[in-house]
Design a protein around this ligand. Structure first.
Ligand code: PHE
Length: 352
């Protein structure tokens, strides 16, 4: 048919016919097979209508070829764009396409899930809530006095070293009377803020992110979650600490779980201890002792720095890392997995 086209009128009429055909055919294509049939009919190398028309360009009178060629190119470009748009539309609808990352699982099978640290944190909070603890929050940008000074750190304590603490630009931000000068290295400053704001009896739980200048490797992260606990009342002793934390461990790790307390050191507790639980991490090595938190009786100097009478009141505090606890519970051996947002990792917690 195309070989009989020798005039510009006939050429343009055929071009219009193909354009109208394409406008009906391409947007209607409901699946990849229909789209491929349309592509072959329109621009297929052997029998496509546009392809054939293109070969007749040479049969037109010389002075008409330029105009005919320009119209032809416009239509061919529009048809190819419409085919490409239809391909993208079908690919998006099926969740598999040239635009999708080929290493990802098909989108239709992605399942939303909670992050393992959030799952663990919720559970920890539920257990302590039942024991009468309420949630308290504090700022992540903190003043040195709350992070260190009020917590009885001596002025030359190594934790305050630039190598461990992320300091903010000096004197640029203010919170109350104190210039904010660092990112908190632990959630313990929330102890001080709570003691300043509330009268005993106090039982609070302070979850939050803390920051340290640290490597980012399999066992260290420069920003991680902590969960702080604080209980203040008249007549509180180390026996209360042991009883409460052992009850917590049995709720979280299982009824028969054994705990033990060993000596430790923190400037803001005296005596200081670390609590270990006996757990089977499911790695074939059987039961073993795992240190899960630091704790101790609140140092009288901390109570006094917040204006609480340390002769009348005493209390205990603990700090633990929900990230490490999540790792122990789920057998995660590289802490970086908690930060990667890799759906192949995260979707494994959909059932939790
Ligand atoms: N703040 C301590 C830490 O970061 C943990 C802790 C909290 C210890 C409360 C004792 C009491 O490691």
């Amino acid at each position: 048919m195309a070989s009989r086209i020798t005039t510009l009128e006939a050429f343009n009429a055929e071009l219009e016919r193909i354009q109208a055909r394409a406008q009906g055919l391409v947007p209607e294509a409901g699946d990849a097979a229909a789209l491929e049939a349309a592509r072959v009919e329109l621009v297929g190398r052997e029998s496509g209508a546009l392809t054939a028309l293109g070969t007749s360009l040479g049969s037109l009178p010389k002075e008409q070829r330029r105009e005919a060629g320009q119209g032809f190119n416009l239509v061919r470009t529009a048809v190819e764009a419409a085919l490409e748009a239809a391909r993208a539309r079908l690919a998006a609808a099926s969740g598999t396409g040239a635009l999708a990352d080929p290493t990802m699982p098909p989108r239709t099978s992605w399942r939303g899930s909670r992050h393992p640290v959030s799952i663990v944190l919720d559970e920890l909070e539920d257990i302590f809530r039942e024991l009468g603890f309420t949630i308290a929050l504090g700022p992540e940008a903190e003043h040195e006095w709350y992070n260190f000074g009020a917590l009885n750190f001596p002025a030359d304590h190594p934790a305050m070293d630039l190598h461990d603490t992320l300091y903010l630009g000096a004197g640029t931000l203010h919170h109350g009377d104190h210039a904010i000068s660092l990112l908190r290295t632990h959630t313990s400053p929330v102890q001080v803020r709570t003691l300043q704001s509330y009268a005993p009896p106090i039982r609070i739980l302070a979850p939050g992110t803390v920051y340290r200048r640290d490597f980012f490797d399999a066992t260290h992260a420069p920003a991680f979650a902590q969960l702080e606990g604080l209980a203040i009342d008249e007549g509180i002793s180390f026996a209360d600490l042991k009883a409460t934390l052992t009850l917590f461990a049995r709720r979280f790790y299982g009824a028969g779980t054994r705990t033990r307390f060993g000596p430790s050191y923190f400037p803001f507790t005296e005596p200081s201890a670390q609590m270990e639980v006996e757990v089977d991490l499911g790695d074939g090595r059987g039961n073993r002792w795992l240190e899960i938190m630091g704790c101790g009786l609140v140092h009288p100097a901390v109570l006094e720095s917040a204006g609480i009478d340390s002769e009348r009141y005493s209390g205990w505090a603990f700090g633990m890392g929900p990230g490490r606890i999540a790792m122990s519970r789920y057998g995660i051996t590289d802490i970086r997995l908690l930060y990667d947002s890799d759906v192949r990792f995260l979707e494994q917690f959909a059932a939790c």
